[in-house]
Design a protein around this ligand. Structure first.
Ligand SMILES: Nc1ncnc2c1ncn2[C@@H]1O[C@H](COP(=O)(O)OP(=O)(O)OP(=O)(O)O)[C@@H](O)[C@H]1O
Ligand SMILES: [Mg+2]
Length: 267
């Protein structure tokens, strides 16, 4: 099957993006160099690369949490930093699942999940209703009123996914969201995410260390070099959807190709 035509107006774009993290002592850490990336509306892009190569930095830049040291970004056609400071409205369509769940320890699961709605001024009953719905969908039924410390690591991560989904973000950034899950839960959540993406056509940028997971979910897999991260290769995944059979020879062939590209990028 032919790869989809490149979009004319990507919903996310980075042009020559580079980032140096300042450190308390010593020289800054060069995390990213010259990253040019375009993500079309409704596209699912996976990002893979060695630990420390700058994947989380890239996602934080796309979420507007970090201003890139070099280059520019666009969200839905506008540069959110054009006025010299962050334009919060430009990042309104963006939801993020962090690598660490980052739940507020003093709020219940339900209140953590409902927090983005609270910030939007949605009333308590509606917030609770939607948060409880999402909790059920993510296997947290019965834990809605629990405190984060009463959850396992994987449950906390699922709560943080629910929190990102509650606003139905048009652009969803996910930083290793399934990292702390057991293999079976991970398989279920990966399939659920594919369904969600098919249903909502949201635009997703998904960081993972799992090549099969990237190939299962993505329209394209972006491979970064070891730090400082640059785009080493982009692999189109044109396998038909819904994808179910990870043992199929066509699936395995793409996995091998991504692995070979990643090994080449590692030098
Ligand atoms: N807030 C920060 N301050 C200083 N250095 C940072 C900061 N965040 C990241 N770095 C540095 O930037 C580099 C890239 O980090 P980043 O977290 O983006 O990598 P990553 O690809 O997400 O790694 P992993 O796969 O382990 O999550 C690392 O060398 C890290 O030490
Ligand atoms: Mg990371």
């Amino acid at each position: 099957m032919a790869a989809p035509a490149r979009p004319l107006s990507p919903v996310l774009r980075t042009a020559g993006v580079g980032h140096d993290h300042a450190r308390r002592r010593g020289a800054a850490t060069r995390a990213l160099v010259d990253v040019d990336l375009e993500v079309a509306e409704g596209e699912f892009v996976a990002v893979v690369g060695r630990s420390g190569c700058g994947k989380s930095t890239l996602l934080r830049i796309l979420a507007g949490l970090v201003r890139p040291t070099r280059g520019r970004i666009e969200v839905d056609g506008t540069d959110p930093w054009r006025a010299g400071s962050r334009d919060p409205a430009a990042f309104a369509p963006v939801g993020m699942v962090f690598q660490d769940p980052n739940l507020f320890p003093w709020y219940s699961v339900r209140d953590n999940v409902g927090l983005p709605l609270r910030l939007l001024g949605v009333g308590r009953a509606e917030r609770r209703h939607r948060a409880e719905d999402l909790c059920r969908g993510l296997g947290l039924a019965g834990f809605e009123t629990a405190m984060p410390r009463e959850l396992s690591g994987g449950m906390r991560q699922r709560a943080s996914i629910a929190r990102a989904l509650i606003r139905d973000p048009a652009i969803l950034l996910m930083d290793e969201p399934f990292g702390a899950l057991d293999a079976l839960t991970r398989d279920t959540m990966t399939a659920d995410l594919q369904d969600l993406h098919t249903r909502t056509r949201s635009t997703v940028v998904f960081v993972t260390h799992s090549i099969p997971e990237a190939v299962f979910l993505a329209d394209r897999v972006v491979l970064l070099t070891p730090r400082p991260g640059r785009v080493a290769a982009v692999v189109d995944v044109s396998l038909p959807r819904p994808r179910t059979d990870t043992s199929a020879p066509e699936f395995q062939a793409v996995v091998r190709r991504v692995r070979a590209e990643l090994e080449a990028a590692d030098g």
